[in-house]
Structures are given as structure tokens and as C-alpha cells.
Write a protein that binds this ligand. Structure first.
Ligand code: TXA
Ligand code: MG
Length: 329
């Protein structure tokens, strides 16, 4: 049984107790719901991988309540300090060299000598981390390869019966995952575009290295394998006209006619589109399948600002599926 905990003092306290007992608790962040376990507890971390059916070589983001706690886990330099001051709490994950005495489970780090840390801004995430008083490993609370959850109901769709509780904080305000930036060597490398835009990061630390192509070998971020974040129907990107057997994921004021469509933002606003994105993909996928449609056509979305994160997730969702599911989730 998975309990649904209310977003009040009692719910937060209960969630913190469960975490400290080594159990799995999903909780809202400003980006998507995370599936939390105490990051220093190997057994609890192992349960995350089991519940998600996540490949073990894909490391987890460690969530802490402030930058002081983050820099106890990873070694910070001037860039990390500047970025933390500018964007934490918020949707930015920094990959840092692990501190010599880093207490984070090696399983959560997938055996790497780096650690990914983030200070989430969502008030419930903040309250939970403060109450738990320990670093919390939390991947997105979906089964590996599925679309990320932005409501407690999405979490239950994928993980009911597999986790102990979900703290229900309503829809996540931002809707796409954090930006993952690798600061483990001199070149700051973008591993995953996300909630903090490249433009905003470059305004603080100067030019960063763009993401490597996901199909290149030995990606620095193991989660960046191509097939990822996929709905069950195939996707066709940059669609300007719609076939009769297609549903439409639209963007902007003048979508082509389609029998079934969801518009991410009729006014063409990328922030609004990001907030709707995963919920729209889930809803369109379910409804299209029910109506016997065979594909989701997606209109072009401008690849700037938050649109870069959306374009990245769409490219992964449209990539050929690999049955051995070497994706990260
Ligand atoms: O917004 C988010 O980041 C959400 C919320 C819950 O915080 N979390 C999330 O986690 O999206 P997940 O596990 O779905 O994605 C984490 C990404 C993966 O691509 C993983 O490979 C990468 O971060 N990552 C984690 N630790 C890493 C490390 N040490 N080095 C390189 N990449 C790492
Ligand atoms: Mg994920």
C-alpha cells in the first residue's frame, strides 16, 4: 500500500519519519516529483532502483536543504559558489568531485567519484529535507523510461504499491527537470538542459560546453542515453500537418487541424508549455490509444530558454526504443 500524505505539518513529519526509517517517499519539487530515500543508506537507495526498475549504472541526484549541506558532499570551486548563490534553491543540479568523506551511498553515485547535488526550491521539499535532516537521493518518481510525474496521481500511476508514501503537493510549478551541469573538470559541461536556462548560467560563469550527442559513447551523464522519457505511442517531431491516425501535441496560436490535440501553450509561452508538458504527454498518449490512433505528432517548439529542455525531452521520447531499456528514467 502506498499512502498519500497531505501537504501539512503532520504529512511532512510522517514523510520525514518514513525516510529516516529507510523507506521510499515521493515528494514534490518545483520541477517534477522525486522518489526519495536517505542517500547515505545503501539499502534504501537500492530500493529506489528496484521500485523504478532503473539500471544501476545511472546515478541519482542528492537533494539537500542548503548550499552548505551540498558543499559538504561535493567539492566546490568559484563556479559552484557563484551558481549556488544565483540559482539555489532552484532547478539546477551540479555534478561535483565527491568530497573525500562523502557519506553518500556509492550505489546512489553509481560508483562514480562525482556527486550530483541540488537544493530544491519547492516549500514542501524544503520542509521535508529540513525535517529529515539527511541528504535525500531522488530521481524522478516514475518507472524507468516512463514520462516524469508532475502530480501525485502520476506518481501513483507508475509506483502505487511499490513505494511507502507520496506527499501530495499538487502540480509541480515548473514541470521539467533540473538543468544538470558538470563542474567536475575545468570545462563546465551541460549534461541535461532543464529549468535553469543556458543563457542564465552563462551570464554567471561564461560559456559552457553544450551537451554531447546522446548517442556518443561514454556519456559523462549515464542518464543521457538516447531513449528516455517515452510515452507508449511513437512520436513524430516538427510536424506541420497531421495524418488521420495521429494525435497532435500543439504549441502556439495556429495549430493545424487534428482530431485529437492538446496545446501546450496557445499563446506560445515556453514557461506555460513546460508546466503542461509531461501531463499533456501522458493525457494525449492515453486518449490517443483509446481512440485507436497510432502516433503523436509534435509541432516545432523554439529551442531557446526552457524550449531547449522541451526539445531535449522530445528528441529522447521520439528516439527508437531499445528493448533492453538502457535508459535512465
Ligand atoms: O528535477 C530533477 O532533477 C528531478 C527532481 C526530482 O529533483 N530529478 C531527476 O532525477 O530528474 P533523474 O534521476 O531522473 O535524473 C538525474 C540525471 C540523470 O540523467 C543522471 O544520469 C544524472 O542526473 N546524474 C546524476 N548523478 C550524476 C553524476 N554523478 N554524474 C553525471 N550525471 C549524473
Ligand atoms: Mg528521470
Amino acid at each position: 500500500m502506498t499512502r498519500v500524505l497531505a501537504a501539512d505539518a503532520a504529512g511532512i513529519a510522517e514523510a520525514a519519519v518514513l525516510l529516516r526509517e529507510g523507506r521510499l517517499v515521493a515528494f514534490p519539487t518545483e520541477t517534477v516529483y522525486g522518489l526519495g530515500a536517505v542517500a547515505t543508506d545503501d539499502r534504501a537507495v537500492a530500493q529506489i532502483f528496484a521500485a523504478k526498475e532503473r539500471p544501476r549504472f545511472n546515478p541519482l541526484i542528492i537533494h539537500v536543504s542548503d548550499s552548505k549541506a551540498a558543499f559538504r558532499l561535493g567539492c566546490c570551486d568559484d563556479r559552484a559558489h557563484a551558481l549556488a548563490a544565483a540559482f539555489w534553491p532552484g532547478p539546477l543540479t551540479l555534478v561535483l568531485p565527491a568530497a573525500a568523506n562523502c557519506p553518500v551511498s556509492l550505489l546512489a553515485r553509481a560508483g562514480l567519484d562525482t556527486v550530483a547535488v541540488r537544493v530544491p526550491a519547492h516549500p514542501l521539499a524544503q520542509a521535508l529535507l529540513a525535517a529529515a535532516g539527511l541528504p535525500v537521493a531522488a530521481p524522478s518518481a516514475n518507472r524507468s523510461g516512463h514520462v516524469s510525474p508532475t502530480t501525485a496521481a502520476h506518481v501513483l500511476d507508475d509506483l502505487a504499491g511499490r513505494i511507502d508514501a507520496v506527499l501530495d503537493g499538487g502540480p509541480c510549478p515548473l514541470g521539467v527537470e533540473s538543468t544538470v551541469l558538470d563542474l567536475s573538470d575545468e570545462s563546465a559541461a551541460l549534461l541535461r538542459p532543464g529549468g535553469v536556462t543556458v543563457e542564465a548560467i552563462e551570464a554567471v560563469i561564461g560559456p559552457i560546453t553544450p551537451p554531447r550527442q546522446a548517442n556518443e559513447s561514454a556519456p559523462r551523464s549515464p542518464g543521457r542515453l538516447t531513449s528516455h522519457y517515452a510515452p507508449s505511442l511513437p512520436l513524430r517531431l516538427n510536424a506541420l500537418s497531421i495524418a488521420p491516425d495521429e494525435a497532435l501535441l500543439a504549441f502556439g496560436p495556429s495549430p493545424p487541424p487534428a482530431a485529437l490535440a492538446i496545446n501546450l501553450s496557445p499563446k506560445g509561452d515556453l514557461t506555460e508549455a513546460a508546466a503542461q508538458f509531461y501531463a499533456a504527454l501522458r493525457a494525449l498518449d492515453a486518449e490517443a490509444r483509446q481512440r485507436g490512433l497510432t502516433r503523436i505528432a509534435v509541432m516545432p517548439i523554439p529551442a531557446r530558454g526552457l524550449g531547449l529542455a522541451l526539445a531535449d525531452r522530445l528528441r529522447r521520447a521520439a528516439a527508437p526504443r531499445c528493448p533492453s531499456a538502457l535508459d535512465g528514467g
